[in-house]
Design a protein around this ligand. Structure first.
Ligand code: SAM
Ligand code: SF4
Length: 339
């Protein structure tokens, strides 16, 4: 285990930190959260803004982290988000200032984007599974499509280009949205990523056979556009990228499919995760967490925190094992881990 980096026993080194800022959300996407919500973390168990910044500092200065993504739950529900982004933007690691990104459902992004850019935010991914108001409301269980679209437009106008859009496709629900979503993004210069649905929603509701695979999504796109694979090393990036040729109806551009289940990219995974209650998860599907909050609140030094983090990352499993017979869904849902 090398000082200064978060390595694991399979030779992977974490560079990308996902920070969940809250487990709460103002939507209830069916693949992520039950309709009734979840028992939320009590405030005293949630890291304070300054505690979050301190742990990011440890990861950047002592753990070799170069990219930080804020997520949740819905990170825009965190009042101190701008303060946290500004704190992270002031850090300098061995590779300089970390790149700062936000994954959000977009609600209220139009009102916050100016402050976030001033605080140092570099990139934004907005989740959008349908452009049809009724289907959006069915999937997210809230009628908020217009607010999301306003958030996306504001991010684009604020210069966070290219805005990235994340979409999950559910069988029998929004397959007809695949091509319209692609057209919408190509026309505006947004980069779309389709993500395979993973077993991280309400317990017991995921069925392998119901999942719309990346190949199925590609077949739908191939029926409407001329696609060619984008060559070059994929590195740790999970998305397989495709170039869409321009035609008379739309400009060209790039889109990606993330085959997390059918073509896992665990061998190249460079992520580590911090939950809103200060637990380290070396993998989305970890069954173990390391309690960094206890070290922090117990008066631990930066080096104590870094050492606990290194140990946690050293135990990162080789792969998520979704397709293996003994697979068990983790106890926390995507919203509580941080997607
Ligand atoms: N609330 C924010 C949002 O929706 O972008 C951030 C948190 S959300 C958990 C992050 C990403 O995880 C979203 O793009 C969402 O679509 C995706 N996601 C949630 N549950 C998922 C699942 N079961 N399988 C695949 N992706 C999922
Ligand atoms: Fe909320 Fe994001 Fe989960 Fe949807 S995917 S319920 S917006 S956390």
């Amino acid at each position: 285990m090398l000082l200064g980096q978060l390595a694991d026993r399979y030779g992977r080194v974490a560079r990308d930190l996902r920070v969940s800022l809250t487990d709460r959300c103002n939507l209830r996407c069916s693949y992520c959260m039950p309709a009734e919500g979840l028992p939320w973390l009590p405030t005293e168990e949630t890291l304070t803004d300054d505690e979050v910044v301190r742990l990011i500092r440890v990861a950047v200065e002592h753990g070799g982290i170069t990219r930080v993504r804020f997520t949740g739950g819905e990170p825009l529900l965190r009042r101190g988000l701008e303060h946290i982004v500004a704190g992270a933007a002031s850090l300098v690691g061995s590779a300089g200032r970390p790149e700062l990104a936000l994954t959000t459902n977009g609600l209220g992004l139009d009102r916050r984007i100016g402050g976030l850019v001033r605080a140092g935010l570099d990139r934004v991914n907005v989740s959008l599974d349908s452009l049809d108001r009724a289907r959006y409301a069915q999937l997210a269980r809230r009628d908020r499509l217009d607010d999301v679209l306003a958030g996306i437009l504001a991010a684009d106008q604020a210069g966070l280009r290219p805005v990235k859009i994340n979409s999950v496709v559910l069988r029998g629900t929004n397959e007809q949205d695949v091509v319209p979503l692609a057209r919408f993004c190509l026309e505006r210069g947004y980069e779309l990523r389709f993500i395979e649905q993973m077993p991280l929603g309400p317990q017991g509701e995921w069925r392998r056979d119901d999942m719309v695979t990346a190949d199925e999504v590609l077949a739908m796109l191939g029926g409407a556009f001329t696609l060619s694979p984008v060559d070059g090393p994929r590195g740790p990036a999970p998305a397989a990228l495709w170039q869409v040729a321009p035609d008379t109806t739309q400009p060209g551009g790039r889109l990606g499919v993330i085959a997390s289940v059918t073509k896992p990219f665990c061998g190249g995974c460079d992520r580590t995760r911090l939950t809103a209650d200060g637990q380290i998860r070396s993998c989305l599907f970890s069954r173990q967490e390391t309690d960094l909050r206890a070290v922090l609140r117990g008066g631990g030094s930066d080096e104590d925190l870094a050492q606990a983090w290194r140990l946690a990352q050293w135990g990162k499993p080789p792969a998520h094992g979704i397709d293996e017979p003994g697979f068990h869904q983790p106890g926390r849902t995507m919203s509580a881990i941080g997607g």
